[in-house]
Design a protein around this ligand. Structure first.
Ligand code: SF4
Length: 350
């Protein structure tokens, strides 16, 4: 039976957490203050938050530095060709984020200023409640709690909440806990809200870890229900498993050398990126061959690819003939990972 829960964890004091954070926070290239009040640079903060949405901190650092070197200002990002932005994003995945980032940069440039409140940030493409709260707390000092998987884990353990990791009730409890902690911050300290949010996430990422809670290093140990019970890893409960969808696709590589027939994806996964024709069945491939006057292709091999809960097995077929279709120099384009994997098989086989 689910235990009744309290929010805010009365004994868990934000001042203690901030003090702990001062002593051990990681130096990261986006953690740069722009004034004596400790508030952050909006452009760097925003780019970092978008990159961090589905990617680990360690993986983001080199991409962040290269991206900022390429597009040092919001104006540079707004006016760059889309292909250049996508190419600079390649490797981070979830490319829709890069397209939204550039669309938002164009809105900011047209408006002549960055947003200030979370509500204003959320009006930009690609920015949801979590990201807008994180950015506004860091760059404007807005007292809004952020809730991610790390924060939910800490709140679940502190309060002994027997809730699933993805349960809306755990999200609500975490927001309530965060709001309660925000109210305890010193009013004149503008940097406090952003710092508390970062400290909470840092606690979850480096101490209150999913598989290994390092309670001996935790500033909130004495207020923690899970620690007192002696079983931190019992919280939160695991989510219900998503059904895995298996699909077999045929990837048609038409062309030769560096020139292949690809088209730009307009929707679905990786919009804006280039990909060769993908078929779901041999019959579809044969119809495609006939419609485009291609000689039957040669099967070169296959590879696996996973996107969310989809598991693809992809056969690579080669058509040396151009078949009257336009081909492009793939070296100059932002390619999907499927395309890169298919090209690697082509290069090995012919
Ligand atoms: S005491 Fe342990 S379980 Fe509790 S919040 Fe700290 S690290 Fe997590």
């Amino acid at each position: 039976m689910t235990k009744p829960y309290v929010t805010g964890a009365a004994g868990a004091c934000p001042a203690q957490l901030r003090q702990w954070f001062h002593g051990r926070r990681r130096e990261l290239p986006w953690r740069v203050s722009v004034g004596a009040d400790g508030l952050r640079d909006p452009y760097r903060t925003w780019v970092a938050e978008i990159m961090l949405q589905q990617t680990r901190v360690e993986a983001v650092v080199p991409y962040f530095e290269a991206f900022l070197a390429h597009f040092p200002t919001v104006d540079a990002l707004a006016s760059a060709p889309e292909d250049e932005v996508l190419a600079a994003w390649a490797g981070l995945g979830y490319y829709r984020r890069a397209r939204h980032l550039q669309a938002a940069a164009q809105t900011v440039v047209a408006a002549g200023a960055f947003p200030i409140t979370a509500t204003e940030w959320q009006a930009l493409p690609g920015i949801g409640p979590y990201t807008s709260a994180a950015i506004a707390s860091l760059v404007s000092g807005e007292r809004l709690p952020v809730v991610d998987g790390n924060v939910k884990r800490v709140v679940a353990r502190l309060n002994g909440l027997e809730l699933r990791r993805d349960a809306p009730a755990l999200h609500r409890a975490s927001e309530q806990a965060g709001s309660a902690w925000m109210k305890q911050l010193p009013t004149a300290d503008l940097a406090a809200a952003g710092e508390l949010n970062e400290a909470l996430m840092e606690l979850g990422a480096t101490v209150c870890k999913a598989r290994q809670a390092l309670c001996g290093e935790c500033p909130w140990q004495s207020s923690c229900t899970a620690f007192q019970e002696g079983n931190p890893h019992a919280y939160p409960l695991p989510p219900r498993k998503k059904e895995v969808v298996a699909r077999r696709l045929q990837c048609l590589m038409i062309g030769a050398g560096k020139h292949w027939r690809v088209s730009q994806r307009q929707s679905g996964w990786n919009p804006g990126f280039f990909e060769p024709p993908l078929m779901q069945s041999g019959e579809e491939r044969e119809q495609f061959e006939a419609a485009h006057a291609l000689l039957p292709g040669r099967r070169l091999g296959e590879f696996s690819h996973a996107i969310t809960n989809h598991r693809f097995r992809i056969e690579v077929w080669h058509y040396p003939s151009e078949g009257g279709e336009a081909v492009k120099a793939t070296t100059d384009l932002a390619l999907t990972t499927i395309t890169r994997k298919a090209l690697a098989i082509v290069q090995k086989s012919i």
